[in-house]
Design a protein around this ligand. Sequence first.
Ligand code: ADP
Ligand code: MG
Length: 697
Amino acid sequence: MENPNRIPELFGSLVFNDRVMQAKLPKDVYKSLKKTIEEDAPLEIDVANVVANAMKEWALENGATHYTHWFQPMTGITAEKHDSFIEPVGDSVVMELSGKSLVKGETDASSFPSGGLRATFEARGYTAWDPTSYAFIKDKTLCIPTVFCSFGGQVLDKKAPLLRSMEAVSAQAMRVLRLFGHTNVAGVRTTVGAEQEYFLVDKEMFDAREDLRLCGRTLFGAKPPRGQSLDVHYFGTIKPRVKAFMEELNDELWKLGITSKTEHNEAAPAQHELAPIFSTTNIANDHNQLIMELMKKVARKHGLVCLLNEKPFAGVNGSGKHNNFSISTKKGKNLLSPGDSPADNAQFLIFLSAVIKAVDEYSDLLRISVASAGNDHRLGAAEAPPAIVSIFLGSELTEILDCIEADKPYEGKEAQVMKIGASVLPDFPMDNTDRNRTSPFAFTGNKFEFRMLGSSLNISEPNVVLNTAVAESLKQIADILETADDFDTEVHNIVKRVYSTHKKVIFNGDGYSEEWHKEAERRGLPNYRTVPDAIPHLKDEKNIKLFTDHKIYTEEEVISRTEITLDSYCKTVKSEAHVMSDMVKRQILPAVQGYMSELSNNALSKKSLGINVMAYETETLKELSEYTDKLYKATVELDSLTENIPAESREKAACHFRDKVLTKMAEVREYADALEVITADEYWPFPTYKDLLYGVN
Ligand code: ADP
Ligand code: MG
């Protein structure tokens, strides 16, 4: 930004936001639209016509020629099909957008994954406008955020279930709030701030690596000589090229009304993070999709490539996405903030209990919601939470709950027996030093931070699970409280009971440690290490019941999601195996062969001149020769494993990919990496880890 004074003016300039609506819409139309946005009131077609026309006028003024229903199919990325505004009239055209085209669009859905929900012959789906997320302009196209359903009403995207889960939380939270005397709350929403981690590598180097180009992660690479622990990258000075990238990215995001706020280097070399200010969950979801898309696009303009894969480099930190989550009234009162009066404290403890209960009862679903081939390499590895879900509450809050459970005085500043609803909660400061970065689900003072999400994930799924599980807890709590004789006593009992029953999920220690794995097993917490371990549990009876009770998914939809995730896992590993084999045969083996031939020719020449051949030459040749042989054999075995996949079920296939294919890939890699460190630099066929990780200045 050349003139920072222009930022406020620039912010949201490509968004059809409230300011634009007020300016462009007749008062009564504006009012009806607001009612639709805020209270879910149905939108009349004549209102839609006026809104559509204003939207089109505004879009044309801002250089757009096309519009699209922007949606998130189950691939996780966003999809768009562009239509231009032109409508023929006689020999010429006019620019038009009708209310009908704004509200509903038809799409041939046959090539989007549906997990068997739709046969191709009935592959028509429709997209429906989500007026709670503002329309915006991107690439000269008016993008209308939508949900995507089949004509049978089946959910085919990531957005519809998210909106439903938000409604579920709102409905149940309102019941609880009414009991606490808040009878005029207009609605409750969940809020999310998604911190996004990513890597930047030089584009020329990226292009020279088939694995990065085709799989988004490296399949080979010996560790760089300079260890990561010696690096001072974290929060270090940002390099000029990266800085220029970040500046342009911010400009683009601000124009789209995305509150990009914090940016810094992350733990690994070439790794960075961007955090926006939190917003309502569905909007945070849309914004995160746009952030990822723009990161990739803007990087290219700076000769860089943005890697969003969870584990682009083995042995180096992976990238995640921290999903900061809270629940608030539509007016903005945070329900996970402790407050400072006894009444606020009691209400906070109820909402806190609801989250604890939800996370413990559905920890399997939370794990499942972040499962992907890429995240399997990250979870449990360097600087990433394990595959075990646990909650960090901090020592003070845990102690307070311990005292409540045991009816014991809390030995804070002044010893007091905590009587919920009557006494004030002691302070429990949550400063940065106190924060436990190793916990997958950490309470950070007024929100929870769910850290298991992989960097490329669409944040919808984990939030659907969180919202729905919390809605279920709140429902059970409201059921009890609504019939309680003595409200305060019942509140106290619920907090006590939930804590006793579910404290096994609370862990304030080092989540990365080996001891925690053992302790978690003793506590009976699930530890689903990989996609094939985790995904089949999506169909567990209790999980299907949760989703169907709250009308998020039908049983059929849950099953289809299982199939889609397993299928995508198999496809990912399969294509990685293909690329790996290809790189071995067409790049690594010929390159090493070239180096061996140089070494042996030199040795032969020396011999013919009567000069001694050195140990270096013979030993290196021997080693190269041995590893080459092993590499070739392992690659042939890999090819055969990739071709012979059990056909009985996707579950079996996924297990085959994990146990056989990935294991063999690790072996292939081991030999190739061993060759890399003894092959002369000039022969190695592609950039190394050192080049990639330290190549951007
Ligand atoms: P850090 O975790 O890096 O210390 P912060 O605590 O400032 O950073 O916030 C991290 C993210 O959490 C930001 O995106 C912020 O907007 C978001 N956040 C803050 N409050 C809430 C909330 N009530 N609900 C959801 N997200 C929130
Ligand atoms: Mg964080």
